[in-house]
Each structure stands twice: as C-alpha cells, then as structure tokens.
Design a protein around this ligand. Structure first.
Ligand SMILES: NC(=O)c1ccc[n+]([C@@H]2O[C@H](COP(=O)([O-])OP(=O)(O)OC[C@H]3O[C@@H](n4cnc5c(N)ncnc54)[C@H](O)[C@@H]3O)[C@@H](O)[C@H]2O)c1
Length: 315
C-alpha cells in the first residue's frame, strides 16, 4: 500500500516516461514506496533493461529501509504506447533524452492526453521549463523535478517552475518528493543547469584549468576534492562550511579574515578552452586514476559507499 503521505496527496499511480539511467532509478524508488508504476519507453530493449535496473536497485532500497510492506519490484507495468501508459495515472516523471525540441513536442503530446490535474515533472538537467511548456494548453501542471544520479539514492531534487507553472503544482511536487524520502529544494527562478549542476560545472572548470596548467595530475586534483572538502560537503554546503571555518564568530569572522585572499583566488581562476588535446589528457589522466578498476567496479563501489554514507547520515 502507498504511504499515508502519498495517499493524502492522492498520488497512487505514477508514469515513468523514458526509462534510461534516470527513469529506471525513479521507477525503483516509486515501486519501493508501494506506488503503482507504469513505464513507457519506445526502445526495443527498454522493458528487460528497466526490469534489470529495478531489480539491481532493490537490495539497496531494502537496506535503506525504503521498501514499504507489500511493495514489489515485479509489480512494475511496462507499456510502450504513451497514451495507454498515461491512462489513469496521478503523476508523471519524464526522463526522455535531453533535447529541447524533442521535449517540447513530447510535453504537448502528454498535455493532450492527460487530465489537467495530473502533474508532469521533468528530470531535465538543464533545459528551461518556460520553453518546454510553451506549446501546452494546461501548462500550469508542468514543472522541473531534477534529480541527481542515481535518483533512488541521492536525496536532492531541484524543483523549479516555468513562467506558466502554478504555485500549487510546485507545492504538490515538493510534498510528493518529500513523501518519497527525497530532499526537494525550491528554486525561485529558472537558470540553465539549475543550481547543483552549475556548482559542479564551476568546480570542474577550475579542476580542468589546474590540470591544463599541470599544477597536479588528474588523480591528485580529484583527491584534492574526495579526500578533502568533499567529505565535509556531504554534511554542509559552502556557506555553512565557512560558517564553521570562522570559529565562534561564524561566517562574519571568516569573511573579515579571508574574503580578501579568497577574492585574489577568484581573480586568478581559469576559464579553460577544452581543446581535443586537453580532452585527451583528461581522459588519460582519469584512466590512470581508475587503474585496473572497470566502470562497473567503480559504480558498484560508489553505490555501496553511498548507501553506507546515507545510513550514517540518516538521510
Ligand atoms: N544521467 C544523469 O546523470 C542525469 C541526472 C539527472 C537528470 N538527468 C536527465 O534525465 C533525462 C534522461 O537522462 P538519462 O541519462 O536517463 O538518458 P538515457 O539516454 O539513459 O534515457 C533516455 C530514455 O528515453 C527513451 N526515449 C526516447 N524517446 C522516447 C519517447 N518518445 N518517449 C519516452 N521515452 C523515450 C530512450 O529510449 C531512453 O531509454 C534527461 O533529461 C537528463 O538531462 C540525467
């Protein structure tokens, strides 16, 4: 049975439109919470792939205590035809390829099929909702609900509406994600890439600049994050981290003493041009860092350690 929280929101049935990396992970999370989940994806191998991904996510969801009584991975329904899949659902999570023209068309098609009260949340990493909803008649029910990979583990969901999105859609989406044990944040305005991807991009730009300038190897630059501030960032964002860095005087004290030097570092940050030659160096560097570990090995390690971290943090 769905949790009381989702029952009070009247969301019992969810459609996953697009079931690649992100859609399948959302499907696992929603199934674990006891919702009826129907998946739609036109790719010929989408059904077996989705079922395999959901099965792969289930042990971790169980370990985290996310699987409610009676929930089953096998209850997933697969329906390649969009109109059939959307019949009778209460909420849609869209995870189709990240192309604006494609999503504008897909949203218009979903809008024509769904009754006006059904929310459509898009996982889009960087597209602007005001443009995606531009051809919809009931545009108020379209919203960005951007997760982090893998959505069944990482709590963050960035929620932002477009010019036509209703406040009620945003409020109900946030309440729904909270009921799914996610950590939704509300963006007050649209920006390309939302917040978290922009922050990642800012850090990556400087990491590439440092590699391009041969300040250290790719592996050592990565370690400068993972073995250093990255550990604190699992607990606090940059403002709270520096609030603690200022001692009893907090962020005010920190800024009094360190804003000057930090400003000189900001002035010195790079804006690298990522040439084919630089790309090759970065790829060689990360392959050297991976050593004998395959991508599958690293993903398995990431998910196991993320699970342990989430359990420790109680998120
Ligand atoms: N991969 C990430 O790290 C990540 C993180 C957060 C958000 N996102 C966003 O999630 C969305 C999906 O990304 P992904 O990485 O899962 O991509 P993906 O390529 O793994 O999956 C996309 C899926 O959409 C399917 N598809 C194609 N046409 C379709 C249609 N007409 N109707 C329904 N499904 C269709 C494809 O067959 C494929 O299975 C994108 O908007 C992306 O920006 C990705």
């Amino acid at each position: 049975m769905p949790s009381t929280a989702t029952s009070s929101l009247s969301i019992r049935s969810v459609a996953i439109v697009g079931a690649g990396t992100i859609g399948a992970s959302w499907a696992a999370l929603f199934l674990a919470h006891g919702l009826d989940v129907v998946v739609s994806d036109p790719a010929p191998d989408a059904e077996p792939q989705t079922r395999a991904r959901v099965q792969a996510a289930w042990p971790v969801l169980t370990e985290l205590g996310r699987v409610v009584d009676g929930a089953s991975a096998d209850s997933l329904r697969f329906e390649p035809d969009l109109a059939t899949a959307l019949a009778g659902v209460d909420f849609v999570q869209e995870n189709a390829p990240e192309r604006e023209d494609f999503k504008i068309d897909l949203f218009a098609r979903m809008d024509a099929i769904l009754p006006p009260h059904v929310i459509v949340a898009s996982s889009s990493s960087g597209l602007i909702m005001s443009r995606l909803q531009s051809r919809c008649r009931h545009a108020g029910r379209f919203v960005i609900g951007h997760p982090f990979n893998p959505p069944h583990l990482i709590p963050l969901v960035e929620v932002v509406g477009g010019e036509q999105t209703s406040a009620d859609t945003i409020d109900r989406s946030i309440a729904f994600y909270q009921a799914m044990h996610k950590f939704p944040i509300r963006l007050n305005k649209e920006v390309p890439g939302h917040i978290a991807n922009r922050l990642q991009a800012a850090l990556w730009r400087e990491a590439i600049h440092l590699a391009a300038e041969n300040v250290a190897s790719v592996a050592d630059i990565d370690a400068a994050v993972s073995q250093g501030p990255g550990l604190r960032w699992a607990l606090f964002g940059p403002h709270m981290t520096f609030n603690l860095g200022g001692g009893a005087g907090g962020l005010a004290n920190f800024m009094d003493h360190l804003l000057g030097p930090v400003q000189t570092w900001w002035d010195d940050l790079g804006a690298p041009q990522v040439t084919p030659e630089l790309q090759r160096r970065l790829i060689e560097g990360v392959n050297a860092e991976a050593g004998q570990r395959s991508i599958a090995d690293l993903v398995e390690k990431r998910d196991a350690q993320l699970t342990a971290l989430l359990k420790t943090l109680g998120t």
